[in-house]
Design a protein around this ligand. Structure first.
Ligand SMILES: [Mg+2]
Length: 227
């Protein structure tokens, strides 16, 4: 049987965390280093948690040493558990019907490809009861550089399925140009969705395989997968 692999980004793609992740990053800077900062000080969208920490430390002229990054990440994860339960959050339109349908199909496998640390991803997705949909993933634990994470996702997908997915049967689904770029690096098809911080037009300009305003039209989504 021919099989296909779907690799999902989390923030802005599957869910909107109501700013909980952002608040946890800022609280980590405050509690660990006594620094009041703004994420807008760095180009944080689509970056890994660890890279955001590195950029914030450097912006405030603190050494982005392994030790400081470790302190930052531990504090972030601690704060995230609290912040994700505070305020409004949502699963993006169409996600539940799509991931349910994918789970029912023997020819499709879905995993995560995200800049979150694995523990952060689990905290966020457990909050929405989505964690159990994904049988494997690649995370910021694999590398703090987004483009280096994608090959790990592909390799784990192959191991899980015991199947050599041809590149054109791999789909990277995300809400930023970084997702499109990291998908292209592994030769995958890319599906961009404008439910995050980038507009439909901005995403379209990076030439993904397909771009959607949101994924509420399940049939349109599967038309791309089942080409
Ligand atoms: Mg995202």
């Amino acid at each position: 049987m021919e099989k296909k692999l779907l690799l999902w980004d989390i923030d802005g793609t599957l869910i909107w965390g109501g700013g909980g992740g952002e608040r946890a990053l800022l609280r980590a800077m405050k509690t660990s280093f006594g620094i009041e900062t703004r994420l807008e000080n760095v180009d944080y969208s689509g970056r890994t948690d660890k890279m955001i920490g590195k950029m914030l430390l450097e912006y405030h002229q603190l050494p982005a040493s392994e030790e400081n990054l470790h302190i930052f990440i531990e504090s972030y994860l601690e704060n995230l558990s609290q912040e994700i339960s505070r305020g409004e959050t949502r699963i993006h339109p169409g996600i539940l019907p799509i991931i349910n349908a994918v789970r029912e199909r023997k020819d499709l496998l879905q995993g995560l490809l995200t800049g979150n640390m694995v523990r952060g991803a689990r905290i966020k997705l457990t909050h929405f009861d989505l964690w159990h949909y994904f049988e494997f993933g690649a995370f910021a634990d694999d590398s703090h550089i987004r483009n280096e994470i994608a090959p790990h996702a592909l390799r784990r997908g192959k191991e899980k399925a015991e199947y050599e997915f041809p590149p054109e049967h791999v789909f990277v689904i995300g809400d930023t140009p970084h997702d499109i770029e990291c998908g292209k690096i592994i030769g995958a098809k890319t599906i961009a969705v404008a439910t995050g911080t980038y507009s439909y037009e901005q995403l379209a300009s990076h030439a993904p395989t397909a771009v959607f305003k949101d994924l509420s039209d399940t049939a349109e989504f599967f038309a791309v997968i089942d080409f």
